[in-house]
Write a protein that binds this ligand. Structure first.
Ligand code: NAD
Ligand code: AHE
Ligand code: ZN
Length: 375
């Protein structure tokens, strides 16, 4: 297949909110600096649903969504040195080139090398897409497009992982689990004994809980409007629960009262700006830090009284938990293999690519953390 167009199945989002449609997609060979991957497993993340809904200002249609996956390199373009056909890999929507000013800064995991192209659904070299259906180009998504049996990504967006690792599990290390763990370990840097509040107990929020537990946090307070989330959250380290619907007071007040003035760290893992405000305002005066993890819709803005910051609360955000993707995703896979982090526990459903619309329905129903699709 090397150097040839591959025709395979992919789920195409033709328009916002219209059911994804399984199409025969043509996938062009990788150009210089690109890697073509046979995707074996992909999970669904809330961000896929967000862009599909039409609320993402960077959303382009038609496109192939998907960014939490694992597969095997099928072929590589000219100049690609770090991976070769047969390597087991995880595509990384957050690239790491190790050469740009972001990568060299030591201050961030954001990488500037291919971001301009991935934000507009094309590849860097020629600003074209590698996907088409009957000659019509289909946009890439987040530089990954994993809802396809084959995809093409930039070489700076591929992490090579332990070939022994089960790809149907470690695909989760492409987004949600590292995001939550890293929000705690890298962005907030939670210390032992801290009190932590987590808004939203989906996969990302539960991974925050797991990260907080391993960081030695004392009180790990989970906040969700879906009471079904509370039982499962215990297994991830959440030791207190608050359902905002059980209270008349604003949720920030409930938390301030519960914690003698506020929490040391809070995490918004939903994507709602009103909750982001509550998450900041439930932090302790003088030092409480709130990390925004959730992705909010186009046009939404955060607000609070500046006095909240004047009096020492800190507002931060995180992308992919601050992890440097190509360097640290393999390290996270090794930690999973050594049983130091959970992954299997987040997988509540397994389905096939053909059932992708049903899989999205499950996500909206709540009983689902991660659904892994086999391709
Ligand atoms: P999810 O849908 O599985 O979980 C969200 C949870 O929030 C659910 O349990 C839901 O019941 C709860 N919830 C909804 N409204 C609430 C409210 N008002 N108060 C309390 N709880 C409420 O989503 P996920 O896959 O875990 O992703 C969470 C968020 O993180 C999404 O916005 C996603 O786009 C974002 N995300 C960001 C990054 C990043 O790098 N920053 C990475 C991955 C995901
Ligand atoms: N295109 C969206 C932004 C979406 C967003 O913030 N994405 C996160 C990852 S979410 C993964 O599930 C991220 O990493 N952002 C940093 C970046 O460079 O995109 C919008 O609203 O414009
Ligand atoms: Zn995601």
């Amino acid at each position: 297949t090397q150097g040839k167009v591959i025709t395979c199945k992919a789920a195409v989002a033709w328009e916002p909110n219209k059911p994804l449609s399984i199409e025969d997609v043509e996938v062009a060979p990788p150009q210089p600096g690109e890697v073509r991957i046979k995707i074996l497993y992909t999970a669904l993340c809330h961000t896929d649903a967000y862009t599909w809904s039409g609320q993402d200002p960077e959303g382009l249609f038609p496109c192939i969504l998907g960014h939490e996956a694992a597969g095997i390199v099928e072929s590589v373009g000219e100049g690609v040195r770090e991976v070769q056909p047969g390597d087991h890999v995880i595509p990384c929507y957050q690239a790491e080139c190790r050469e740009c000013k972001f990568c060299k800064s030591g201050k961030t995991n954001l990488c500037g090398k291919v971001r301009a192209a991935t934000g507009v659904g094309v590849m860097m070299t020629d600003r074209q897409s590698r996907f088409s259906v009957n000659g019509k180009p289909i946009f890439h998504f987040m530089g990954t497009s994993t809802f396809s049996q084959y995809t093409v990504v930039h070489d700076v967006s591929v992490a090579k992982v332990d070939p022994q690792a089960p790809l149907d599990k470690v695909c989760l290390l492409g987004c949600g689990v590292p995001t939550g763990l890293g929000a705690v370990w890298n962005t907030a840097k939670v210390e032992p004994g801290s009190n932590v509040a987590i808004f939203g107990l989906g996969t990302v929020g539960l991974a925050v809980a797991e990260g907080a537990k391993t960081a030695g946090a004392s009180r790990i307070i989970g906040i969700d409007i879906d009471p079904k989330k509370f039982d499962v959250a215990k297994n991830f380290g959440v030791n207190e629960f608050v359902n905002p619907n059980d209270h008349d007071k604003p949720i920030q007040q409930v938390l301030v009262d519960l914690t003698d003035g506020g929490v040391d760290y809070s995490f918004e893992c939903i994507g709602k700006v009103s909750v982001m405000r509550a998450a900041l305002e439930c932090c302790h005066k003088g030092w409480g830090t709130s990390v925004i993890v959730g992705v909010a819709a186009s046009g939404q803005e955060i607000s609070t009284r500046p006095f909240q910051l004047v009096t020492g609360r800190v507002w931060k955000g995180t992308a992919f938990g601050g992890f440097k993707s190509r360097t640290q995703v393999p390290w996270l896979v090794d930690k999973y293999m050594n049983k130091e982090i959970k992954v299997d526990e987040y997988i509540t459903h397994n389905m096939t690519l053909l059932e992708i619309n049903e899989a999205f329905d499950l996500m909206h129903e709540g009983g689902c953390l991660r659904c892994v699709l086999s391709l």
